[in-house]
Design a binder for this molecule. Structure first.
Ligand code: PEP
Length: 249
């Protein structure tokens, strides 16, 4: 049985004070909830604070990005060792905003995934098609290409721990979520690709999230799909009540 996983991606939002206000409220509302795995991915500047708040709770800490080297002269970058040191267990890799604004391609995503696994972090790998690609019927091709590129050279022991977030780019931050059945179809395709590359066991073990304008009203449409094991939540994770509603539902 795959445990459901709901992750909050705060993107570049919240000062330390904002993060503290969120945590006070979320922790009191959620009362050490364990039915689903809950991961909070704040900006780097709040990782230490969030770790302090959640260290005696069931909730996990995640980062939104990493650089693949362990250390070195890479001004402005953050290494997987540093993230582990801060208590991170998860790291988001290949988010469409990183692909769009920071030029991250499948090769970079692959290096980051390898580095995350080598250093004991579980990657949440984001993949998804743009609207033009969906319109042209290219969704499956894009998903196949992104997975093959991201997983190049990775072994099955690592891949079975992976979380894949299917996030159609056109649904992120737009208020237009995908339909549950369409997201489930892509999640099935993801399992087929993993089965071909690795094995049926690995394909059944990996967890697949849906991401893109998830909110308390539509979360059950996704979580009721057989191939979807959770959600990566952006905008709606910034408010503690809304995020708690999503987790609870
Ligand atoms: C995201 O940032 O991964 C995301 C899905 O954002 P939103 O929920 O705001 O669409």
């Amino acid at each position: 049985m795959r445990k459901k996983i709901i992750a909050a991606n705060w993107k570049m939002y919240k000062t330390i004070k904002d993060a503290e206000n969120f945590l006070r409220e979320f922790l009191s509302l959620s009362n050490n909830y364990t039915e689903k795995e809950v991961v909070i991915c704040p900006p780097f500047t709040s990782l230490f604070l969030v770790r302090e708040y959640i260290k005696d709770t069931p909730y996990k800490l995640g980062a939104q990005n990493l650089f693949w080297e362990k250390e070195g002269a890479y001004t402005g970058e953050i290494s997987p060792i540093m993230l582990r040191d801060l208590g991170c267990e998860y790291v988001i890799i290949g988010h469409s905003e990183r692909r769009q604004y920071f030029g991250e391609d499948d090769e970079i995503v692959n290096k980051k995934l390898k580095s995350a696994f080598d250093n004991g972090l579980i990657p949440i790998l984001c993949i998804g098609e743009k609207w033009e690609e969906r319109e042209k019927g290219k969704t499956n091709d894009i998903i196949i290409k992104q997975i093959n590129g991201a997983l190049e050279g990775l072994d099955k022991e690592n891949v079975k721990k992976l979380v894949i977030a299917y996030e159609p780019v056109w649904a992120i931050g737009t208020g237009h979520s995908a339909r549950g059945e369409d997201a489930n179809e892509v999640a099935s395709l993801i399992r087929e690709i993993i089965e071909k590359k690795y094995s049926g066991v690995v394909a059944q073990e990996i967890r697949i999230q849906y991401g893109g304008s998830v909110n308390p009203k539509n979360i059950s449409e996704f979580l009721s799909q057989p191939e979807i094991d959770g959600a990566l939540v952006g905008g709606a994770s910034l408010n503690p009540q809304t995020f708690w509603e999503i987790v609870r539902i």
